[in-house]
Design a protein around this ligand. Structure first.
Ligand SMILES: *Cc1c(COP(=O)(O)O)cnc(C)c1O
Length: 403
């Protein structure tokens, strides 16, 4: 299956002077002598080894063990929420978050078209139908005004429920994504959600440590999710978490993700069809050691961002993506955004940087352009489609700021 991005001609991908200038400026931002750089690599300079050895020495490697609870407590504290439930990936965290929030099969969930495919896959895994809306150029997240205009055009309120007039399906809620760790402009978006009676689940999988108006991402909606995949700011090897302030939602999440087993000393009794989605203790041990270093990691990200901002200052035709006034982003991925009109430079830049060992990446192919989501409900997506031609994610590993 070819997408517009993949089918760009080889001719246009030949490095040119502008692309080589970009390579040069990236190298200026990175430590002297850097010969190559991945997009985002973990570093294990804390108590990772000690905790992992402890798991092996004590035999507690699997679905029970003290690190899971310690990891959950520390996550809850880091995100200013009462409850965190650790699970085995960010994707299943999203799936479970939607189910415990009350999503019913066949209902629509509104999410941005500019996100990682897992956000939409999780909606489908939870029985829902992804419905795509456009994003804002200053946050890369859901554009509240465009959302409002879209709902005014397509949604009807019938018997207290919001119905998509075009599909006939109920619209359950919203799944905003803090893209690259930058917070969505949440207050105006919540305002729209409230007016239309939509439930909100926060996809904070990229935004651990980010803040919106002083409030932690992951605490902005009744239910939120995190990911600890290998390329995220904190990794547990693989893993995720559901965050909530609602005690009953936390209890049900824990129950459903551990096969819905009723506590008993020996009997196997289950009262729902649950999942085996619990995070193993070894992964929690790794994640806890990483999480203990979140603050220095966020500092390193800020320094790396500053170096890129300095290195790229004065270059016409592009800018380093920076925080909106209300945002303090974790800068998970630092991005170069080309100006409108400069799209022809995207492929040459990706080509020249990767040739130089700098593993830059474009934004994701917008989800409505993927074959499995081509027929899903969608708002007009002019900003998404434009941004997809203009984003270059730069090497963003925190240790690149250390020299
Ligand atoms: C990483 C990510 C996920 C999924 O997390 P996994 O742990 O890889 O399953 C979901 N949504 C977004 C936006 C992500 O970046």
């Amino acid at each position: 299956m070819t997408t517009p991005l993949q089918s760009a001609s080889v001719e246009s991908a030949r490095p040119n002077a502008y692309a080589l200038e970009v390579v040069d400026r990236i190298c200026r931002a990175l430590p002297p002598g850097t010969t190559g750089a991945a997009l985002h690599e973990p570093s294990f300079t804390g108590r990772e080894r000690e905790y992992l050895v402890d798991c092996i020495d004590t035999g507690w490697v699997s679905y029970a063990g003290a690190y899971v609870e310690r990891f959950e407590q520390r996550l809850a504290r880091a995100c200013d929420v009462p409850y965190a439930v650790a699970v085995c990936s960010g994707t299943v965290a999203l799936q479970v978050a939607l189910v415990v929030s009350g999503l019913k099969p066949g209902e629509e969930v509104i999410l941005p078209a500019l996100t990682f495919v897992a956000s939409a896959n999780a909606v489908v895994h939870a029985g829902g139908v992804p419905h795509f809306v456009d994003v804002d150029e200053t946050t890369l997240g859901i554009d509240p005004a465009a959302l409002d205009a879209h709902l005014a055009r397509i949604a009807d309120r019938r018997a207290g429920e919001l119905i998509n007039r075009e599909s006939g399906r109920r619209i359950f809620g919203l799944l905003p994504v803090h893209v690259f760790g930058h917070p969505v402009d949440f207050d105006p978006m919540l305002d729209v959600a409230k007016r239309y009676g939509l439930f909100v689940v926060e996809d904070a999988t990229e935004a651990l440590g980010s803040r919106y108006k002083e409030k932690a991402c992951g605490s902005l909606a009744p239910v939120a999710t995190l990911s600890f995949n290998g390329n995220k700011i904190v990794t547990s090897g693989g893993g995720g978490a559901i965050l909530t302030g609602d005690r009953e939602i936390a209890r049900r999440t824990h129950h459903l993700t551990t096969t819905a087993k009723l506590p008993h000393r020996w009997a196997f009794n289950h009262d729902e069809i649950g999942w085996n989605y619990r995070l193993p203790n070894v992964n929690a041990a790794l994640g806890l050691a990483q999480l203990e270093r979140l603050a220095p990691m966020l500092d390193a990200k800020k320094r790396l961002w500053r170096r890129y901002a300095d290195a790229f200052s004065g270059l016409g035709g592009a800018r380093i993506f920076s925080d909106a006034s209300f945002a303090d982003s974790n800068r998970w991925l630092i991005a170069l955004i080309l100006d409108r009109g400069n799209e022809p430079m995207l492929e040459p830049i990706l080509s020249a940087t990767n040739d130089a060992g700098l593993k830059t990446r474009p934004a994701w192919t917008p989800l409505h352009q993927l074959p499995m989501y081509a027929d899903n409900p969608t708002a007009p997506l002019p900003v998404t489609e434009s941004l997809a031609q203009r984003i270059v994610c730069l090497p963003s590993s925190p240790f690149l700021a250390s020299a």
